[in-house]
Ligand binder design. Structure first.
Ligand SMILES: Cc1ncc(COP(=O)(O)O)c(C=O)c1O
Length: 410
């Protein structure tokens, strides 16, 4: 069947697909690559961080212990044990929960999608940080909701600007949000972290204006400096905070195992709506792997590896970037948010930057509306430290070429 015949069947797509099909495919940004360019675009873990050997031993012992049950529908005892592992680890971070408040998913992406399916109707309003994780933006778009930007500053979501916006909407009779999506720790793409006071204020606003807070925290345990503020879910006394997490960054993305912690009536609906989305084999594998403190030791090693990369990127930016460039200084996670000098269009500059030998993601990818043209997300997570230097050197050359007034000096 050629393309023209398949076009004739477009009317069979759902209304939602017809409305959104011109948007790019989730993950299309991964195509920003060039064999010769340093991929600072990829928010991927560095490959040497994957616990291949440990996962092989965990798989062997899982099969020895459980036999066929490891691969049967629902999995065996280890699969059953993972919610308890999650609860214990959540308690260590101040979240008081039980296994009946945990729903397992196929990664954080499937968790966000499950929350969307459970809570959103077409025409609802969803508030997002501007900028935000583009994967989440694409999921929200699939639900026909209005996506509204919330202002951020160097401490994350600007909760007083949010309070003013909510009050103005209420006064004007404009729609209020059903849900606010936030990445409070080492935000993707900006790298910033929301302080405890702002978390509390956000929960107050959620109660006053009757909305849910979707807390997505894939990076919280990858902290290289400072101390962790309590998770939003830990501060919540109203049941409005729904917490999403994943093993993608602490074990590996390929295990596709994430979870949601929420009130039990919500979890009952997640179990129903996302039937079939729960992993069974990999949840058994992770439960086996996490025994005897292995996951905690792995996280310590990951933090050492990422800290070195973060430090290298900070030094390299300071040494090489031309005047007028600024960047965030993350205490953890994978990302640095760069603002280029006046006159630079980050999307327009990308082909030249790739020719110079570096890839990044233009800031505009991370906004629901038109914004972020002078910004880029750089990821220090994926490449070795020496490659970070090469990538930043190439970026500095591209910026200088874009704004000749800066000059070619150091
Ligand atoms: C904020 C955020 N949420 C979710 C995800 C996706 O996680 P997962 O691989 O578990 O679907 C990412 C990964 O890039 C992310 O940065």
């Amino acid at each position: 069947m050629d393309g023209s015949e398949s076009d004739d069947l477009d009317h069979l797509f759902s209304e939602t697909v017809r409305e959104t099909m011109d948007g790019s495919v989730y993950g299309a940004w991964r195509s920003i690559r060039d064999a010769d360019a340093v991929p600072l675009s990829f928010g991927f873990p560095y490959p040497e961080s994957f616990p291949n050997g440990e996962l092989v031993s965990a798989a062997e012992s899982l099969f020895e212990y459980e036999g066929d049950r490891a691969l049967q529908y629902g999995g065996g005892e280890y699969a059953d044990a993972l919610p308890a592992v999650i609860v214990e680890r959540a308690r260590d971070r101040g979240i008081d929960c039980t296994t009946s408040q945990v729903h397992l998913t196929n990664g954080a992406t499937n968790a966000i999608d499950t929350a969307c399916q459970t809570f959103l109707d077409r025409g609802d309003t969803v508030f997002v940080e501007a900028p935000t994780f583009m994967g989440a933006l694409r999921l929200f778009r699939n639900y026909g909701v209005d996506i509204e930007d919330c202002e951020m500053d160097e401490n994350g979501l600007d909760v007083e600007a949010l309070a003013a916006d909510l009050a103005a909407r209420e006064e004007a009779g404009d729609p209020l949000p059903k849900l606010l999506y936030t990445i409070p720790n080492f935000h993707n793409p900006t790298g910033v972290t929301l302080p405890e006071g702002r978390r509390e204020r956000l929960l107050e606003l959620a109660e006053t204006y009757d909305f849910l807070v979707l807390e997505d925290d894939p990076y919280g345990q990858l902290r290289y400096d400072g101390t962790e503020p309590p998770p939003i879910r830990a501060l919540d006394g109203t049941g409005r905070a729904i917490r999403i997490n994943t093993f993608s960054k602490t074990v590996a993305p390929g295990v596709r195992t994430g979870w949601i912690i929420a009130e039990e009536p919500f979890v009952e609906q997640f179990d129903r709506i996302n039937a079939g989305g729960e992993p069974s084999y990999t949840r058994g594998l992770i439960a086996r792997y996490a025994e005897e403190g292995r996951l905690d030791r792995a996280i310590e090693e990951l933090c050492a590896g990422y800290r070195e990369r973060r430090d290298r990127m900070m030094e390299s930016l300071a040494d090489r970037m031309p005047p007028g460039t600024t960047w965030s200084e993350p205490d953890g996670g994978f990302f640095v948010w760069v603002e280029f000098p006046e006159g630079v269009d980050a999307e327009g500059m990308l082909p030249d930057a790739i020719d110079e030998g570096v890839t990044y993601l233009p800031g505009s990818f991370f906004y629901a509306g038109d914004n972020g043209t002078r910004h880029a997300r750089l990821s220090f997570s994926h490449v070795p430290p020496a490659a970070i230097d090469e990538g930043i050197a190439a970026l500095a050359t591209a910026v200088r070429a874009e704004v000749p007034a800066i000059g070619a000096g150091d």
